[in-house]
Structures are given as C-alpha cells and as structure tokens.
Design a protein around this ligand. Structure first.
Ligand SMILES: C[S@@+](CC[C@H](N)C(=O)[O-])C[C@H]1O[C@@H](n2cnc3c(N)ncnc32)[C@H](O)[C@@H]1O
Length: 234
C-alpha cells in the first residue's frame, strides 16, 4: 500500500490542500472524495454517525479512525478512546490533531477489550469480502467486554445496479453485489486496488447469528444506509 489516503490527509493537515482524492469502483465511474469531508466535525457528520457517537460508552475502540474526527469528539466528552488505522499518514494526522491514543494497527491484530467498538463511514468496508465477514465478526466479538457493543454502518448498494427502467442487472453468478473493487488515486498516483465491502442489513444480521451476535438496526440513513448495533447473544 502506498498510503495515498494518508498522504492526502497529511497534505490537508499541513495546509497543502490542492486536490481531492479520486475514487472509482468496478461498477461506478470516477467520483471525488473531498478532503475536508474527512476532517468533518460533529455538525457535518451524518445522522447515523451522530447517533453512533451518542450511543458510544465506556472504553472505546475507533477502528479505521482516519483523521480522527470521531475519536476527538468522544475524547472531548471525557471518554477513553483507542484509535487504530492501517494508514501511517492517518495516525500521524490524528496525533497532530490531539488524538491521545492513536496507533498504526490493523483490526485483526487488536487484542484489548472494549465496551464500544466503532466502525464508521461504511464500517463493513474493512471486512473486504463477504467470505471474510465471519472471521472479522468473530474477532470483533472476542474484543467485547461484558455488555459491550459494536456500532457499525453500511449501505445496501443494490440501487447501484438499477437501470433507467428500474430493472436490476446483478450477475447472480458473480460475487456478492456489495463486494467492490475499489480504486483510489491522488495527485496523479494510483493506490494498489483494494476490495471494499458494502453489506446489506439482512446479510449482516444473518452473519451475526452464525457467530453468536445479536444485530439490531438502530437507525436507517437517508440513502439505503443504516447503523447497526451488535451485542453478544445470551
Ligand atoms: C472510509 S475511511 C473512514 C475513516 C474515518 N472512520 C472517517 O469516518 O472519516 C476507512 C479507514 O479504515 C482504514 N482501514 C482499512 N482497513 C483497516 C484495517 N484492517 N484495520 C484498521 N483500519 C483499516 C483505512 O486506512 C481508512 O482510514
């Protein structure tokens, strides 16, 4: 990984903001990811993110913390937060912004126990593929303290396969429709392609049941998105 995402965050933090990140997927054209959005504060967060932050309690793990906006909000509320990201640039930005416990680390290497685990801005993306969901959910469950919760957002992207007449062109022989090849470029450089998973609520809930997690839809968003709360089944 070249860490172009981290480089872009560093540029924004260091007042070198000249360009946004460009993303595309195997089913969609190029799109712009504005750098200021990655530095949004509470007022500019989605209602699902705001809800997740209000539900967060106890000792918190912010997985894929990016520029640290969620961590900073919770920290400023007096909560203890551990913030992790695989992007060194992101963690450097977090530290500069005052995130107290920010570490370059991958979710699967995490071993501490938490009251709340946050995965926000399409949190299921980190699972990469449908076939890895059970592995990630099992690991997340192992990190929960008694009565702990996982707060995760995602979207049902079936709408992206609709043609102008409302018909669907999903290839039922292909991989799960939310499993996308994701391309990112920044300042003319291309990042190593990655797989990014959008998971509909019904599929997430079914996977949760297989690993002994309850899955509740806390709130629907404005555009096929939702916030889910996962807890250990009795
Ligand atoms: C879409 S960004 C979201 C950033 C931030 N949560 C936000 O809402 O602005 C996803 C983040 O997850 C990080 N990430 C991807 N895979 C990860 C993994 N296995 N463990 C930890 N972080 C990961 C990426 O580096 C990136 O910063």
């Amino acid at each position: 990984m070249k860490d172009l995402f981290g480089q872009a965050l560093l540029d924004y933090q260091n007042n070198n903001y000249t360009e946004d990140i460009i993303t595309s997927t195997n089913i969609s054209e190029e799109d712009t990811l504005p750098l200021p959005y990655l530095f949004r504060d509470y007022e500019d967060m989605t209602k699902l993110e705001q809800m997740a932050l209000e539900l967060a309690k106890g000792y918190i793990l912010d997985v894929g913390c990016g520029a640290g906006g969620h961590s900073l909000y919770l920290q400023n509320k007096g909560l203890a937060v551990r913030s992790i990201d695989i992007s060194e640039g992101a963690i450097s930005v977090c530290k500069t912004r005052g995130v107290n416990h920010a570490y370059t680390a991958s979710l699967l290497d995490e071993t501490e126990h938490f009251d709340t685990i946050l995965l926000l801005m399409n949190g299921t993306g980190i699972f990469e593929k449908l076939s890895y969901v059970t592995k990630y959910l099992t690991h997340l469950k192992s990190l929960l303290k008694t009565n702990g919760q996982i707060l995760i957002d995602s979207s049902d992207i079936q709408y992206m396969y609709e043609d102008e007449d409302g018909g669907l062109w999903i290839d039922t022989n292909a991989n799960y429709y939310g499993e996308l090849d994701y391309y990112l470029s920044y300042k003319g450089q291309k990042e190593t392609p990655l797989t990014w998973l959008y998971l509909d609520f019904v599929t997430l809930k079914a996977a949760c049941i297989t690993v002994g997690l309850n899955c509740e839809n806390v709130q629907d968003g404005d555009h096929f998105d939702y916030l889910a709360k996962l807890t250990i089944s009795e």
